[in-house]
Unconditional design. Structure first.
Ligand SMILES: Nc1ncnc2c1ncn2[C@@H]1O[C@H](COP(=O)(O)OP(=O)(O)OP(=O)(O)O)[C@@H](O)[C@H]1O
Ligand SMILES: [Mg+2]
Length: 477
């Protein structure tokens, strides 16, 4: 049964489209914002998207662009207001499948969705064929031709189709999440849910409920039953990011679940089973964490069935020009420009050490792009130091200068070159971490309302839902 995602901030429209598509035998998921739509695309395989052009925050086009970047070319049907034909045509140039003009003719809507679904099927067959020939979109997204990256891709191909647990290690910004995405995308589970949990971003007292769910009344604030990610990822893949940050008591519980093959929601006694493939990532050296008694050895062995080490960028410098060009390419497409990177600049970039790895290079290219008004981005502008991504404590950077303690001015300077959104995201994370995940205290410190904090967390794809009640209780206590 084809699955259609409807994104529209207008509830009446959403319901009308949903009803009509369901009557045609489609499974329909609905989202009120672009961000929510993207989250749904992460969690399930969608055949086509029906999306209003005008949405609060991320509009329909921006949502499409992000979705295509992250999930490949799912057919996108945009709904535009009357008289907006020009935008609609531009949208098609940018990769939209088709558009419908308001007031939407429901017959035409059905027919357009049908042909989008046919296109999705054709794409899928094509993809399977390409995969048999050794190509894959998810792997193509990992840019690089160095021997190290080729080896990483080979391992992904070899293990993706098994159910083996994969442990991905590598410094911050090396591309661990891209690797995890590819493992899922190339697996037989690719049409099934793919859920992610970041261990570092979830307050420790809520982690268990996030993983295994809870029954109503299980603890103060558990106002309704909630499924955990294990349950929701049934038949699919669960990505446990920053697994090295998992508290020891949660490690015990995770281990028990992996051993027993069953779990129960907090406050429940029914044993539940879920067929979940685990992929974990960390920027720590997990073996050393075991030696330091911060990570359980038995869990380490369970998780480390297949090991993928993503090498730092400075150990595969030949990938730097390729990566730089691909980031520039994306900016050129986004802003419809034709800027170029000079040979001199590429040489300069190759010599740099990139303690923040690919993410740092990506941010740096974006900064150079913005600072260049002409067509050629040359080395003269590259004197601008790259934005320093703060390195994790255990990170084996060879550039000690970035790890020296910094004063407030340097701390601010270190943020130069990052998009404002990213600065805000980091500040939110750091403030939350400072208050041990207590959202009320964090909001008070930031002098914003708790609601605003939740909205922002959601915008940045940070865990926010359902935690509120418990965090509130914590604040009052
Ligand atoms: N080989 C690559 N090709 C293209 N883009 C890449 C590559 N590696 C990383 N990136 C980009 O760099 C950024 C960081 O990658 P990613 O989030 O996967 O890193 P990470 O190792 O998970 O980092 P962290 O430890 O900080 O979570 C992303 O925007 C990603 O798309
Ligand atoms: Mg990551």
């Amino acid at each position: 049964m084809p699955t259609i995602l409807v994104i529209d901030d207008n509830a009446t429209n959403r319901e009308t489209y949903t009803d009509i598509l369901q009557a045609d035998g489609h499974t329909v998921m609905a989202a009120a914002t672009g961000e929510e739509g993207l989250a749904k695309l992460t969690a399930a395989a969608v055949d086509a998207v029906l999306c209003d052009l005008k949405l609060p925050n991320l509009d329909g086009l921006a949502t499409m662009e992000l979705a295509h970047e992250r999930f490949g070319n799912v057919p996108w049907i945009l709904i535009t207001g009357f008289g907006n034909e020009e935008t609609a045509v531009a949208a098609i140039k940018q990769g939209a499948f088709n558009y419908l003009t308001k007031p939407v003719d429901l017959g035409r809507l059905k027919a357009t969705v049908e042909s989008a679904v046919r296109m999705a099927n054709a794409n899928r067959e094509n993809k399977a064929l390409r995969r048999d020939l050794g190509y894959d979109e998810a792997l193509d997204r990992i840019v690089g031709t160095s021997a190290q990256i080729k080896a990483v891709k080979t391992t992904i191909r070899q293990v993706a189709r098994t159910d083996a647990t994969v442990l991905i290690e590598g410094e911050s910004g090396t591309g661990k999440e891209l690797v995890a995405d590819a493992v899922h995308a190339l697996s037989n589970r690719s049409g099934r849910p793919y859920l992610k949990i970041n261990m570092a971003a979830i307050p420790r007292d809520l982690l268990e409920s996030e993983l295994f769910g809870h029954e109503r009344g299980a603890f103060t604030g558990a106002v309704s039953q909630k499924k955990g990610k294990f349950e929701a990822a049934d038949a699919g893949t669960l990505f446990l990011d920053e697994i090295g940050e998992m508290p020891l008591d949660s490690q015990v519980k995770l281990l028990r679940v992996l051993q027993d093959g069953s779990f129960s929601r907090i406050g429940g006694n029914q044993a539940l089973n879920a067929d979940v493939r685990l992929v974990c990532a960390t920027n720590r050296n997990l073996k050393q964490e075991v030696l330091a008694n911060r990570f359980r050895m038995d869990l380490y062995f369970r998780l480390n069935v297949v090991h993928i080490q993503v090498p730092p960028l400075r150990e595969r410098r030949e990938d730097i020009p390729l990566l730089a060009l691909s980031f520039l390419d994306r900016l050129n497409r986004r802003y419809q420009t034709q800027k170029e990177l000079s040979e001199g600049l590429l040489q300069h970039l190759r010599r740099m050490d990139w303690p923040g790895n690919v993410r740092e290079l990506e941010n740096h290219i974006e900064k150079l792009y913005v600072l260049t008004s002409g067509k050629i981005v040359g080395p003269e502008i590259a004197g601008v130091a790259p934005a320093r991504v703060p390195a994790p404590a255990n990170h084996r950077s060879e550039v000690p200068a970035t790890q020296a303690p910094v004063g407030p001015d340097e701390a601010i300077a270190a943020l130069v070159g990052l998009p404002l959104d990213e600065v805000e995201r980091r500040l939110l994370l750091a403030t939350l971490a400072h208050f041990e995940g207590n959202k009320s205290k964090a909001a008070r410190q930031l002098q914003i309302g708790v609601k605003t904090l939740y909205r922002k967390l959601q915008e940045y794809g940070l865990p926010s839902e359902e935690h509120g009640d418990a965090a509130e209780v914590g604040a009052k206590a």
